[in-house]
Write a protein that binds this ligand. Structure first.
Ligand code: 4NP
Length: 159
């Protein structure tokens, strides 16, 4: 059976979405679902193509035991065909993704990451780029909570 494919999307693909990718990969690994679920991330801007995640994001992730090591790439129209679900970090990312969609099937794959929050409440995953340490910690708190909810949602869809 084809793997269920998840794509996390933010603006630069160097802070929020690579962190979501790293967290989700860890959760998938812990639940031994690596042969059923695939995880990737992309940015709507392409400004940081080929770069590792932001040093601050990597350092905050490492403190929680994560290794954020994916290389930044730009979101493309092909991603609608490649992935089963696409998670936008904020409303601006959501709008930019939707603008590239050509059909209802593609649009039906796009959700906001905060839709899957379980314990915490927030209307978007805030861009930490110009924030201090607390901004990065908040992003990780929100992503851990939403990844947990998202994995539960996906587990009910895979055999
Ligand atoms: P991200 O954060 O969208 O979570 O990767 C940002 C990274 C870079 C920039 C903005 C946001 N930037 O302006 O370069």
């Amino acid at each position: 059976m084809d793997k269920y494919k998840i794509l996390f999307v933010c603006l630069g693909n160097i802070c929020r979405s690579p962190a979501a990718e790293g967290i989700m990969k860890e959760f998938v690994y812990k639940e031994k679902l690596q042969n059923k679920i695939e995880v990737d991330s992309a940015g709507t801007s392409g400004w940081h193509n080929g770069e590792l995640p932001d040093k601050r994001m990597r350092a905050h992730g490492a403190k929680r035991g994560y290794n954020f090591n994916s290389l930044s790439r730009k979101f493309t129209q092909n991603d609608f065909d490649k992935f089963d679900i696409i998670l936008a970090m904020d409303d601006s990312n959501y709008g930019n993704i939707m603008r590239l969609s050509l059909d209802l099937e593609s649009q039906g794959k796009v959700f906001r990451m905060v839709d899957f929050l379980q314990k915490l409440k927030h209307d978007h995953i805030p861009d930490p780029y110009y924030s201090g340490a607390e901004g990065f910690e908040l992003v990780l708190d929100l992503l851990e909570d939403a990844c947990e909810g998202l994995l539960e949602h996906i587990k009910s869809r895979i055999k």
